[in-house]
Design a protein around this ligand. Structure first.
Ligand SMILES: CC[C@@H](C(=O)O)C(=O)SCCNC(=O)CCNC(=O)[C@H](O)C(C)(C)COP(=O)(O)OP(=O)(O)OC[C@H]1O[C@@H](n2cnc3c(N)ncnc32)[C@H](O)[C@@H]1OP(=O)(O)O
Ligand SMILES: [Co+2]
Length: 133
């Protein structure tokens, strides 16, 4: 793993959350992006070498909608940047982690992403991210 790429935060209202995180960080987000395949609207803030990803559900069955229904707003996942996502998937499977999608899928901000089930990482949903060429 190279670094924490982003921390994903589930929010009910991305416009309201943007204002809060703008005040918190002292600067504006640099982009918004809808990822229809994941049922989310995102907003990204830089934070040093890492990012904050705000996530609002765009569909009723979005993982974000389910998460907020059960747990409320808050930290939803931690994403790690990796250089070779397929090699990391092979390594992590051997280590016993539960991989949710073996085939990397298109994430936000020009990334390939793979998720690991929170039950295999102490209740934390983990995302692996590799830059798309
Ligand atoms: C924008 C794209 C991308 C990026 O580029 O950055 C994203 O970040 S997309 C983010 C949204 N997408 C995902 O989260 C995809 C991966 N997630 C999943 O596949 C599912 O959400 C899940 C983790 C497998 C859970 O789905 P499911 O089993 O259907 O949900 P339940 O509500 O029944 O929960 C079961 C169990 O798991 C706990 N849970 C759910 N989500 C989380 C979470 N984010 N962190 C920690 N724990 C989580 C949930 O509370 C249930 O626990 P118990 O009640 O104890 O059984
Ligand atoms: Co993410």
């Amino acid at each position: 793993m190279n670094k924490i790429e982003h921390i994903g935060i589930a929010v009910k209202d991305i416009n309201a959350a943007n204002k809060i995180y703008q005040k918190l960080l002292g600067y504006e987000h640099y982009k918004t992006e809808e990822v229809a395949s994941e049922g989310v609207k995102t907003s990204f803030f830089t934070c040093g070498e890492s990012k904050i990803e705000l996530l609002e559900a765009s569909t009723k069955d979005s993982p974000i909608a389910k998460f907020i229904d059960k747990k409320g707003e808050g930290v939803h996942h931690i994403a790690f940047s990796v250089s070779d996502i397929r090699a990391e998937v092979r390594r992590l499977k051997k280590e016993g982690f539960v991989v949710l999608n073996e085939e990397p899928k298109k994430g936000a901000d020009n990334k390939w992403v793979v998720f690991l089930h929170p039950k295999s990482s102490n209740g934390v949903l983990v995302e692996l991210c590799q830059e798309r060429e």
